[in-house]
Ligand binder design. Structure first.
Ligand code: SF4
Length: 362
């Protein structure tokens, strides 16, 4: 590691804020230098949250895989006439809610394709139904992209939309659909999905009406290293303004069943070095977001476990019924039992704690 890089690490460990240029420098280190970045991230994490590592028991409810979009990184969506298309019936939704209740989950995560017939009233009804059956469960759902789609024929603002959803029972919002907030990359990977500008407007609107959200990045497709940091800067700036993000979740791109993968534009998944550094640099750069999640669904339980000593302090959810990464070709499984999560955390020498969606401990 050169002197300049060592000085960057010394500055951030002393509480200084990283510039984008410094963060790019750290994201590009190789060889054993990665362990110095990882150690710095772990030191900063220990100062903030100690050795507690959290997880949440949650259930994924994907109402439909039918989507008006055809994002190049997505293996989940189906055309409405496809033989693989599905839309859950009222009875199937009831069965899922029964299963979630049996599993004693604290969160339902409601994320779906953008069905051509879904509008705001569709979401209001489903939220009311879930809350009627499971009033104590935290309802995390309706991404900015879903809200924009739901409002396409109405003159409501994002703020009015999220306010109505909150009144119906929505408790918080997934920060997915951000993918990478760089217009020139979005044009290539998701030209018809919510724009960078509208994603920012929608997520701020959620925060303004009192709905907290997660923040994510989808990386490892067509973006450059500086563009990864450009995205992180947008997230950090929003957090300075609203303080509405509960956590940051890096998500590595899974190319196999997607058009980016099948067309040969992206041949491989990201490397272990890139993934460990994404966690570590996110911890160092996002000095205003206390929680960094290592997603076992994306990285597999073993690498996610190692990320707990690279700045991550959360292993995410049990994710009963995970569909979206599976559809993209990931084989890490659709569910990780709480006992297994606890073992992974304890084995690292950390304290496992079950949490609720917004990080209140259970
Ligand atoms: S990522 Fe979302 S919006 Fe894009 S095609 Fe897939 S389901 Fe549709």
């Amino acid at each position: 590691m050169n002197i300049e890089q060592k000085e960057i690490l010394a500055k951030v460990k002393a509480g200084g804020r990283l510039t984008t240029t410094e963060a790019v420098e750290l994201l590009e280190v190789k060889g054993t230098d990665i362990y110095q970045v990882i150690a710095a991230a772990e030191e900063v994490k220990q100062q903030l949250v100690g050795d507690r590592v959290t997880y949440v028991i949650n259930y994924n409810l994907n109402l439909t895989n039918v989507c008006v979009n055809n994002c190049a990184f997505c293996g989940f969506h189906q055309d409405v006439n496809s033989s693989d298309a599905y839309q859950l019936t009222a009875q199937e939704i009831n069965q899922h809610l029964d299963k979630a209740e049996e599993a004693n989950v604290s969160e339902i995560c409601l994320v779906s394709g953008l069905h051509p017939e879904f509008d705001l009233s569709t979401y209001l009804k489903i939220i009311e139904k879930i809350k009627e059956q499971l009033p104590e469960v935290h309802l995390h759902g309706i991404t900015p992209a879903e809200l924009e789609h739901a409002l396409r024929e109405q003159s409501l603002s994002f703020k009015e939309g999220y306010r109505l959803l909150k009144e119906a029972g929505l408790d918080s919002v997934p920060g997915t659909a951000a993918e990478i907030l760089v217009p020139e990359v979005r044009t290539k990977i998701c030209p018809n999905k919510i724009s960078t500008q509208n994603w920012i407007k929608a997520i701020k609107a959620a925060h303004q009406v009192g709905l907290r959200s997660t923040a994510t990045i989808l990386y490892g497709h067509l973006e450059t290293i500086p563009q990864r940091i450009e995205h992180l800067k947008i997230i950090r700036d929003i957090q300075d303004e609203t303080n509405g993000f509960t956590e940051f979740i890096p998500l590595s791109f899974i190319p196999y069943n997607t058009s980016l993968g099948q067309s040969g534009q992206v041949k491989n998944e990201t490397t272990g070095r890139e993934d460990l550094l994404m966690i570590a640099v996110a911890r160092l750069f996002l000095d205003n977001i206390p929680n960094i999640q290592a997603s076992w669904v994306k990285y597999g339980p073993k690498l996610a476990q190692l990320m707990l000593s690279a700045g991550a302090n959360d292993l995410g959810g049990t994710l009963f019924n995970e569909n979206i990464s599976q559809a993209a070709g990931k084989d890490t499984g659709e569910y990780l039992a709480p006992e297994r999560i606890v073992t992974l955390i304890s084995d690292m020498g950390y304290q496992p704690r079950q949490r609720k969606t917004c990080y209140d401990l259970i």
